[in-house]
Design a protein around this ligand. Structure first.
Ligand SMILES: [Zn+2]
Length: 219
């Protein structure tokens, strides 16, 4: 994601990404992310996600539009009998996905990869409320930190899922998305720090184009 070729404002803003470079042409595709989630199909038969547990060793890497947090020890999750390794996570202010046109204050993306190179991204919204100590610890960290990432997940694990893309160039499609319905909370001071650091690093929602969005209640 390190680059000077694309950004979030001016003549490298998201609406121009597909034209900036040949290798970014997928950004003009029909199955792009993020999307606005309005109509979804409830499907109780979808499986629960078995999340990673334990302490993560995290290393920070800065780039122009992002601070990326690489997870250096094994953090596997299981969905539909398939295992995905957590590679990195990062933050967008405000959220990229919207629900009924509501944009959350922040969205965390946990990027996972399976052994056969399929990508799964988990999106978690954060809204103003109580302080989440882990969110401020991540903000304040130097190059390394150890913490429990499950503190960045909502307790209610109801989720939406659909097929989309990376939300940054090259906007590769065929990415499995899981977006939690419930948000975690962030206090105003910590949010203001994140917003100052990241500015508006979100891509606005793209057309759904007939894709099905499924909803799995946490029951
Ligand atoms: Zn992201």
């Amino acid at each position: 994601m390190k680059n000077n070729k694309w950004g979030y404002s001016g003549n490298t803003a998201p609406e121009y990404w597909e034209k900036l470079l040949d290798e970014f042409k997928d950004c003009g595709g029909t199955k792009q992310s993020p999307i606005n989630i309005s109509k979804s199909i409830k499907k109780n038969s979808l499986t629960k996600i078995e999340f990673w547990t334990g302490i993560a060793n995290i290393r920070k890497q800065n780039s122009d539009n992002f601070h990326v947090y690489f997870v250096e020890n094994s953090h596997k999750l299981k969905l539909d009998d398939k295992e995905y390794e957590l590679i990195q996570f990062h933050f967008h202010t405000g959220s990229e996905h919207t629900v009924n046109n509501h944009q959350a204050k922040m969205e965390i993306h946990f990027v996972h990869q399976s052994e056969d190179n399929n990508l799964l991204v988990i999106g978690v919204f954060a809204e103003l409320g109580e302080k989440n100590k882990t969110l401020s610890d991540v903000f304040l960290m130097a190059n390394h930190i150890q913490l429990e990432l499950k503190e960045l997940l909502p307790k209610d694990r109801s989720y939406y899922t659909y097929s989309g893309s990376l939300t940054t160039p090259p906007c590769t499609e065929g990415i499995k998305w899981v977006v939690f319905k419930k948000s975690i909370s962030i206090d105003r001071l910590t949010l203001q720090k994140w917003e100052k650091l990241l500015k508006n690093n979100f891509r606005p929602p793209l057309a759904v184009n007939g894709r099905k969005i499924f909803f799995k209640p946490d029951i």
